[in-house]
Design a protein around this ligand. Structure first.
Ligand SMILES: [Zn+2]
Length: 107
């Protein structure tokens, strides 16, 4: 601050400019860090749970069952379907459909 009113006005404008510049910079960096943290958390979650049984936590292995790939637990033998596999299951109908083939396994 000086005793000259015009210089004080310019200094105040410059301060305001840098304040706004820094505020925008901090906001942008904060959003980048939040996005990076969300990516890391999602990656960690996937690495921790990928191909693990949701019931007992043991490893899942992919097996072919009547032409589609399903995930089966190596411990409790639970069988899990990914969405595309479920869609095949839903769309298959008739005597050669998946459900018919599956029912023949247990007769
Ligand atoms: Zn299991």
């Amino acid at each position: 601050m000086t005793d000259h009113p015009l210089e004080n006005t310019l200094a105040a404008g410059e301060e305001e400019y840098f304040f706004e510049h820094n505020r925008a910079l901090i906001e942008r960096k904060r959003k980048e860090l939040e996005a990076q943290r969300a990516r890391l958390e999602a990656e960690h979650r996937k690495n921790t749970h990928w191909m693990k049984c949701p019931k007992c936590g043991h490893d899942l292995k992919e097996i072919e069952l009547l032409g589609i790939l399903v995930d089966q637990c190596t411990s409790c033998s639970g069988v899990y379907f990914d969405r595309p596999e479920i869609e095949i299951l839903i769309e298959s109908q008739g005597p050669k459909g998946f459900l018919s083939g599956l029912s023949r396994l247990f007769t």
